[in-house]
Design a protein around this ligand. Structure first.
Ligand code: PHE
Ligand code: NA
Length: 454
């Protein structure tokens, strides 16, 4: 039998796991979610979710991958023949996400280039939708390729599939060893610049001002759990796949804590940078910070270009650093999601890595081209909505309930992790996964279905 690929170093694994976790979710999702859900007060449910669901599930997924040594479908199959489908479900969610995540990275590549000449002009919204995405022209043209998206998208897939093709150590590990340290340095520069802009203090005040009235609100807790799941790449089959390449002796519990806190630190840093910049923009326009807050595509591709336009000096350079950071954060996440289906089909069909990358990655790349056509944005939105609503937390809930209650595997996994880690898992781990997380996720799902179906 072919020997299983392995990470070269412990740092390599941690950087790869962090690379997966740190992504667009940290930069454009977290700041807005935190602000809308109580600002400074949001840290209470957020930390609670990190400690009772995020890190415990990360430990669980690391342990499953390490113990059963397979991609998510194979690991779940080895845990119990009847649960292979759970792995495939997570892989499918990852597959769908990869098809549109790649498109956003392609946009960021184009914008890194536009930044040099601030070629998005003054009306950055019109630029994004009309000039860049071509949405305003003749609807009869819907479906034709938008070259400014198509070509960078091809580049994104060439890099991603190239890295996966090179394998775990020479590809994924090597790439993350460059991407993640570079990203952290660039991002620190951006944040330093942002918080020294005039008006930044008001921005930070707005961000951190605690609104404790919201704390008793169920939707705030739902938002905290949703953010932690998405942000830590939990329940996407990723962390199981990555940990299946760990050597026998690995301190998995400790690694999970490092990954979890590392990701949250980056998230906090992003919140500070983003709100510093928003405070500056509000001051320039003589409005309150609340009026310029946004998240997602609007924040990155409409508001940030405006902020960059208004900066006192070195606008182009700052713009480039910002969008290039998005590219690095995005690529390291895209590599991780794509590895889930590459590994899944490789093991299921007994393919070589090359064939699996060609087949799985090729298919994802082809589908994602659909999103680079005129009107593709519509599909992208629909896919994103669907995944965020019914994908992640739902898989997470089913995963913990099956592992904790149907298979009753928590004690086994706990012993496995404690056998190789310096850090011991105590009863808080089992209580978190067996009781707290299922109750909260169960409530979350109930709430979602109620909102969507009634
Ligand atoms: N964790 C990534 C982020 O915060 C998102 C992601 C989700 C990456 C799923 C890979 C898979 O942006
Ligand atoms: Na993240």
């Amino acid at each position: 039998m072919e020997k299983r690929s392995q990470w070269g170093t412990r740092a390599g694994f941690i950087l790869a796991a962090m690379g997966s976790a740190i992504g667009l979710g940290n930069i454009w999702r977290f700041p807005a979610v935190a602000y809308e859900n109580g600002g400074g007060a949001f840290f209470i449910p957020y930390l609670f979710a990190l400690l009772t669901a995020g890190i415990p599930l990360l430990v669980m997924e690391f342990t499953i991958g390490h113990k059963y040594r397979g991609s998510a479908p194979l690991s779940f199959f080895r845990m119990n023949k009847k649960t292979e489908w759970l792995g495939w479900w997570a892989v499918l969610v990852s597959f769908v996400i990869s098809t549109y995540y790649a498109v956003i990275i392609a946009w960021a590549i184009s914008y890194s280039y536009f930044a040099f000449n601030l070629s998005w002009g003054q009306d950055t919204e019109a630029f994004l939708f009309s000039d860049y995405l071509n949405l305003s022209v003749d609807p009869g043209q819907t479906g034709s390729l938008v070259p400014g998206v198509f070509f960078p998208l091809i580049l994104v897939w060439l890099i991603t599939l190239g890295v996966l093709f090179k394998g775990v150590k020479k590809g994924i590990e090597a790439a993350n060893k460059i991407f993640i340290p570079t990203l952290v340095v660039l991002f620190l520069i951006i944040v330093l610049r942002a918080i020294t802009l005039p008006g930044a203090a008001e921005g930070l005040q707005t961000f951190f001002a605690p609104n404790f009235d919201t704390i008793m609100n169920g939707s705030v807790w739902v938002a905290a759990y949703g953010q932690i799941f998405f942000s830590l790449s939990i329940a996407f089959a990723i962390m199981i796949t990555y940990s299946s390449y760990l050597p026998k002796k690995s301190d998995i519990t400790n690694n999970a804590f490092i990954t979890g806190f590392g990701n949250s630190s980056f998230e906090l840093l992003a919140g500070i940078g983003v709100f510093g910049a928003l405070g500056f923009m509000a001051q320039q326009n003589g409005v309150g910070v609340e009026e310029v807050v946004s998240g997602g595509v609007g924040l990155a591709f409409v508001v940030f270009p405006q902020i960059i336009n208004e900066m006192p000096a070195l606008n182009g350079l700052f713009g480039f650093l910002f969008f290039f950071s998005l590219v690095l954060a995005g690529l390291s996440s895209l590599i991780s999601i794509s590895e889930t289906y590459v590994a899944g089909i490789k093991e299921k069909l007994g393919l070589s890595r090359t064939a699996a990358v060609g087949l799985g990655g090729g298919l994802a790349a082809l589908i994602s081209i659909l999103f680079s056509t005129q009107g593709g944005l519509f599909f992208l939105d629909a896919a994103d909505y669907f995944i965020n609503q019914f994908g992640v937390a739902f898989v997470g809930l089913v995963e913990v309930v099956i592992v904790a209650w149907f298979l009753r595997k928590l004690t086994d996994l706990q012993n496995h992790a404690n056998g190789i880690s310096d850090m011991r898992l105590g009863s808080w781990w089992k209580i978190s996964l067996g009781i707290i997380t299922p109750i909260i996720l169960g409530y979350m799902m109930f709430d979602l279905f109620r909102q969507n179906l009634m």
